[in-house]
Structures are given as structure tokens and as C-alpha cells.
Design a protein around this ligand. Structure first.
Ligand code: WTA
Length: 680
């Protein structure tokens, strides 16, 4: 393979090792893993299905959609006028109905739908709850009625800020049931992040819990909601109702008339709540994600297309089969798209039990995940490369202590996986046999876009392999948008609409068009660089915009910069990605200070660094804290005043010889100084 010189950015320093990787792992026989069959059993079958899905999308998607339940059939499968797609036009359905009622009506009410394990182990015993489809349906219906009783209507936005408890799943499904639009805010976000999202989405109801467990500590969820509500009410945006689930029994303040305990309102509600017939394009949820500019944007997903896409991709990518003793576990948090699509919406309609775990992988010890796999006989395990790198670091003894022979299919998502981590995952967790599906996709795509299919696609460590059935992917020149030859890096685009694509950005049509469809062909532009190899395999080269993937979490450099600049000590801040052993990419910040802070910096640099990290934590959340901070007299800029981020990236990565042309630098000394600046 030829080394790529066109890397659109330098975020992924480990790209070099990708390019040296040339091992190929052919798929194994289904029966070797104790699986009845592969849904797609050969590369040829994949190619035939892929070709048909693009040539005859109407026929193809009609067939898939017909496997689900509809309250009214569609008149047309697709109306496409870029950038606007309407799928299953004229149809009515309900996503919650397809997840739950469909299984109950099919005679599977007593089958396990959801298995939950809590983090704390009282008396050394895990706390486990199991819900059958019938039980989940009853709980969801009760909560749906409770929401209605508090005034939630179809189309209202319900903000959900919780930990990984079963009630989180119940809350999402209940919203879907009555047609309320959920907007989940990951429990690791700060109260300021709640404020931003509540304002942007005009939400008046928040569902939360007293506290969430994290490594034995209590995350003060209700307290964060309270301070968000206080800020909101200062600006006249009152939140009307806050529903509080008790989990940690930590003390919280109470606002009579606004706050309601979950149990108090659910216990008095009926478990009869017919699912609302939703129009195909009615919004299902908003999920905020970071972009290169401004505040996070609320990605809009709608009902029918998202439902069909997650159902189909979950089944196909993971080879889900009902009644085959499968136990599927995705370790993501429901606060991110991976949890939406592949803990709930894609899995439940496939009638395979989905497992939810509340806590951290190292609580109480570093073998917790493998203990869960063994005890619950997990067959499907879906996690992020950053987690895999942590497992590697913690040592193989934690894996050896458990019997992982139940595992069939392994998955990864969120960031490129380095071949070393891939190989370890394959060998140590997959016994050298389980296929690994490295799934490339985004909040905006709703579901898997480029991924191996476990029975069909030979895998290459570090490549997410081939486009999903239904996906027309290409690598083009960033300026001309012409297809590039194999081996050349460029911009990844999706040329045709697919059912799970985003339908908009909340309240900002212009941003939707500009960010994703700013080209005359109506191509969807995801913001990642990639190249095809000689076999047509896709190698993702990381973001081409100012988004950093930290441990698989998307963070806009601008968000972190704004957070830093809002601290009184800071004049200017520039944030870039840096290579990080565990996180894949970390955050490196270059900061200039107000004069009074510069004076005593020598002594106080470390404590100021700590203060700035704390500040970012308060503004965004812990996961956005910079890994490295450098205090600088000034930042390198071009004559026109643009910060030279590529240069900063080189410095952050510790590259000795800065290869770039720096003649446009306003002041050469800035560069020398920056390189001398100590990292805190
Ligand atoms: C990155 C997560 C390489 C990519 C589902 C994308 C990946 C961003 C992979 C979306 C992968 C996700 N290989 N990179 N398998 N999966 N990414 O919206 O840069 O949180 O654009 O969705 O993560 O992140 P998001």
C-alpha cells in the first residue's frame, strides 16, 4: 500500500500504522460460533444486496419496511429533493409500538426484552433487573400516561438527563409512544449544557434522577438540573415540570409544584396507553452534537426512516436472530446516538434482549465487563476503541479470569481503531474467531454507514471496510467533488439519501444546508476524511473540520475555546487535537493570559491549569477537560490574523521538525516560545 500524502488533517497520528496493516481475516462459518446462520453469508451476497439497494431503493426498502408494523402503509418510499428526504411518505407508525407491542402481540410478551445491571454491588452481589416485553410495555405505558397527565403533548420536547438506569430507556420509549420529542442530554454534561439545550429546543419538561452512580460516587444530576432551571428562570424560560427518579437517595432540594417523583406519578397511572399513530416524518428525537462552529446543534431524526434504518442495520451488522439465545450488549451511554440506535431503537424490534449497565468498566474492579459477559452469557459486545485500549493497559489477567466463550460478534464505534487494539480485541476477547464489526457512522446518519457484515466481509484491522447496504459512499476531491482514484485520501461523501439520515438541525435550516449539503450535487458531507484501498475498503482518516473525537466523544474545538475564554484569566485560547494513548485523541489547549495572571505565572501555572480544567468541566462536562495546557505570550497567526492550528497540532504532538511553511507567521519568535512552553 502506498503511504497517503493527502491526509486532510493530522488528527490521527496513528494513521501511519493503519497504512502498514495488510492482514486480512476471512469470515468464519456460523456454526463454528454456534450461530444458526449468517443473514448475509458471503461477499457475493452482500454485493448483490448492496447493488440492488442502490438501483431499486423503492423495492428494497419496501421489503424491509414490510417486516415491521404500520398503522397506515406508505404511498411512496422516497421523495428526495436535496437536502430534503421524505421516506415512507404517507405512512403512519409508532416506533415504540414496533419495539414492544409488536413482540407482545406476536406471542413473545414473556420473553426478555431488557436486562439491566446496576453499578454498586450491595453485599458483593450484582443488582440485576429483567424486563419482559410485556413488563417493559406496561412501565412505558404508565410513564407515557404520567407524562401526558403532566401536560406533555405530541410534538413537545422532553429533556432527559439521567444515568444508565432502566427508567432512562422507559422515558425514551414513553416519549416515542405519545409522540413527544425526546432530547437526551448525556449525564456527564454540566448544568450549562442543559441550559443551552433546553433553550435551543424550547423544552419545558425535564426528566432526571436524584443522582447517578459513577465509580461509587454520586453524580448530582438533580442538583445540576436545579441550577440549570435557576439560570433558565433568570432569563424568563421557566421549566414547568421536573420528574425525579430516586436512585441514590442523596438529598436534593425540592420545588413544590414543579418537581414530581417518578414513582408518585407512575404508580397512579394506567398501564393502558395506545401508541400514537405518527406520521412518517414526525420528529422522533433531537440529539445535540458538536460541530466546527458555534454551539452544539440539535440533530433531528424522524419516525419511519430512522425506525427502518436502525432495525435493518442492527440486524444485519450484528446478525441478530430471535430465539437463538442471543444477549446483546452495547456499552455506550444512551446519552449518545450509539445508545439511542443500538441499545434501544434498533435492538428491541429485532426481539433480541438488550443489556444495559449502569456504571464504569473498572468499578469495582477492572474485570467488571468480563464478569458481566460471563454472568449474562453475552453474545454480542459493542464498545469503543478507547475502552479496548484501557482493557489492554489494565492487563490480560482480568480477561483470563472469565469465560468469554458465549461471545459471537464484537463491534467497535466512535473513532478509528488502531490495528494493535483491533488485534488484541480479536485475540483476547474474540478467541481469534469472533468477527469484529468496525462500524463507521455518526449522530447524523442514525445508524451504521460503513461496516463489515460478520458473515460476509473479510476484515482488515483498522478499516471499517465496505459501505452498508443502502449506502452510496465515495471519496472525492474537497474542491472539485470529483471521485478520487483508489489510494488517494480525500473527503468522504454519501451520494444518495438513506432512510436514517438526519432531517434537519433544530431551528437552523441554514446551518443544516451549509454544514452537510453545501454542494450542487446534493451529496451528504459527513466531515471525515477517508480513502479507498485497492479492494474498495474504506480507511477513515479522521475529521476534516474542527471537531475532535476524544474517547469517541465528539467535541468542537470552538466549544472548548469559548469555555476557556469565559474564564477571567484567559484572553485567547486555541484548542487542537493531540495523540493520546488511551483516548485516541486528546485535547491540547494554548492559552494567553491577562497581564495580572502572567506576572506570577511561574509559581502558579499548575494551579491555574487545574482551575481552567475545572472551569471547562463546569461549562461543558468532565470529558471536555484539556489534557494539556500551555500558557503562551501570543498565538501563532497568519498575517490575516488566523490562528495557525496546524502548527499548534505539530507542537501539541511533540513533532520536532515542523514541516509546514511558516513564512506567513507574523512573528517567528512566537513559534520558538511556544515550543519551549511547559505543558501543565
Ligand atoms: C468518528 C458516533 C472511525 C467519525 C456513532 C465520525 C469513526 C464521528 C468511527 C461521529 C469508526 C465514528 N471509525 N471513525 N468506526 N465511528 N467515527 O456523531 O469521525 O458521536 O464523524 O457518532 O466519529 O461521532 P458521533
Amino acid at each position: 500500500m502506498t503511504p497517503d500524502t493527502n491526509s486532510p488533517n493530522q488528527q490521527n497520528q496513528n494513521i501511519e500504522s493503519f497504512l502498514r496493516e495488510d492482514r486480512v481475516f476471512p469470515p468464519v462459518e456460523a456454526k463454528e460460533l454456534g450461530i444458526p446462520k449468517w443473514h448475509v453469508g458471503s461477499l457475493e451476497e452482500y454485493r448483490t444486496m448492496h447493488a440492488r439497494s442502490l438501483e431499486d431503493p423503492d423495492g428494497f426498502w419496501s421489503e424491509i419496511a414490510s417486516e415491521l408494523d404500520w398503522m397506515r402503509p406508505w404511498d411512496r418510499v422516497l421523495e428526495w429533493k436535496a437536502p430534503d428526504a421524505r421516506w415512507f411518505v404517507g405512512a403512519r407508525t409508532n416506533v415504540c409500538f414496533n419495539a414492544l407491542d409488536r413482540q407482545v402481540r406476536g406471542g413473545h410478551g414473556a420473553d426478555t426484552a431488557l436486562v439491566w445491571e446496576g453499578e454498586p454491588m450491595p453485599n458483593g452481589k450484582p443488582e440485576v433487573r429483567r424486563y419482559t416485553y410485556q413488563e417493559l410495555l406496561d412501565e412505558v405505558s404508565r410513564f407515557a400516561n404520567a407524562l401526558r397527565n403532566l401536560g406533555a403533548k405530541k410534538g413537545d420536547v422532553v429533556t432527559i438527563y439521567m444515568g444508565m438506569v432502566p427508567e432512562l430507556a422507559i422515558a425514551l420509549l414513553a416519549c416515542a409512544r405519545i409522540g413527544a420529542v425526546h432530547s437526551v442530554v448525556f449525564g456527564g454534561f454540566s448544568s450549562q449544557a442543559i441550559v443551552d439545550r433546553v433553550v435551543d429546543s424550547s423544552s419545558r419538561i425535564i426528566v432526571t434522577q436524584d443522582g447517578g452512580w459513577r465509580r461509587g460516587n454520586v453524580v448530582p444530576l438533580k442538583e445540576n438540573v436545579d441550577s440549570a432551571c435557576a439560570t433558565l428562570s433568570d432569563t424568563g424560560r421557566d421549566v414547568n415540570k421536573v420528574i425525579v427518579l430516586r436512585r441514590c437517595n442523596n438529598s436534593t432540594s425540592w420545588h413544590e409544584g414543579r418537581d414530581y417523583y417518578w414513582r408518585d406519578i407512575v404508580d397512579v397511572s394506567s398501564s393502558h396507553c395506545p401508541a400514537e399513530p405518527m406520521e412518517a416524518e414526525d420528529p422522533l428525537f433531537l440529539l445535540y452534537t458538536s460541530g466546527s462552529t458555534g454551539k452544539p446543534k440539535g440533530v433531528i431524526h424522524t419516525t419511519a426512516g430512522y425506525m427502518v434504518w436502525t432495525y435493518f442495520t442492527a440486524r444485519t451488522t450484528f446478525n441478530l436472530i430471535p430465539d437463538a439465545n442471543q444477549m446483546y450488549w452495547c456499552t455506550a451511554d444512551i446519552g449518545w446516538i450509539t445508545g439511542h440506535s443500538y441499545i434501544l431503537y434498533g435492538i428491541l424490534p429485532n426481539r433480541v434482549p438488550t443489556l444495559m449497565y449502569e456504571g464504569a468498566p473498572d468499578a469495582p474492579s477492572e474485570d467488571r465487563f468480563w464478569d458481566i459477559v460471563e454472568r449474562h452469557q453475552v453474545t454480542h459486545f459493542y464498545t469503543a476503541p478507547t475502552a479496548i485500549r484501557s482493557f489492554m493497559k489494565w492487563g490480560n489477567e482480568h480477561v483470563h479470569a472469565h469465560d468469554l466463550s458465549s461471545l459471537q460478534v464484537l463491534g467497535t464505534v466512535g473513532e478509528p481503531i488502531n490495528p494493535e487494539a483491533w488485534s488484541w480485541y480479536h485475540r483476547m476477547i474474540g478467541r481469534g474467531r469472533c468477527p469484529i464489526v468496525d462500524t463507521w457512522w455518526q449522530t447524523e446518519t442514525g445508524g451504521h454507514m460503513i461496516t463489515p457484515l460478520p458473515g460476509a466481509t473479510p476484515t482488515k484491522p483498522g478499516s471499517c471496510t465496505l459501505p452498508m447496504i443502502g449506502v452510496h459512499a465515495a471519496v472525492v476531491d474537497a474542491t472539485t467533488l470529483e471521485d478520487l482514484p483508489k489510494g488517494t485520501g480525500g473527503l468522504l461523501v454519501i451520494k444518495k439519501p438513506w432512510p436514517g439520515m438526519l432531517r434537519g438541525v433544530q431551528g437552523d435550516r441554514d446551518r443544516f444546508v451549509r454544514t452537510y449539503f453545501d454542494n450542487p450535487h446534493g451529496y451528504y458531507v459527513p466531515g471525515d476524511g477517508a480513502r479507498f484501498d485497492e479492494d474498495g475498503y474504506v480507511w477513515i482518516m479522521g475529521r476534516v473540520d474542527d471537531v475532535i473525537n476524544v474517547s469517541g466523544h465528539r467535541i468542537g474545538t470552538m466549544e472548548v475555546e469559548s469555555a476557556l475564554v469565559s474564564h477571567p484569566a484567559v484572553v485567547e485560547a486555541a484548542v487542537v487535537a493531540m495523540p493520546h494513548e488511551i483516548k485516541g485523541t486528546g485535547i491540547s489547549a494554548f492559552v494567553t493570559l491577562e497581564p495580572e495572571y502572567v506576572e506570577n505565572l511561574g509559581m502558579n501555572a499548575k494551579s491555574l491549569g487545574a482551575a481552567l480544567r475545572q472551569h471547562v468541566r463546569g461549562e461543558i462536562g468532565s470529558f471536555a477537560k484539556p489534557d494539556a495546557i500551555r500558557f503562551a505570550e501570543s498565538l501563532p497567526k497568519t498575517r490575516s490574523g488566523k490562528i495557525m492550528r496546524r502548527l499548534l497540532r505539530d507542537i501539541a504532538a511533540g513533532n520536532q521538525d515542523i514541516s509546514q511553511d511558516t513564512t506567513t507567521l507574523e512573528d517567528y519568535r512566537v513559534l520558538a516560545k511556544l515550543r519551549e512552553a511547559e505543558e501543565v
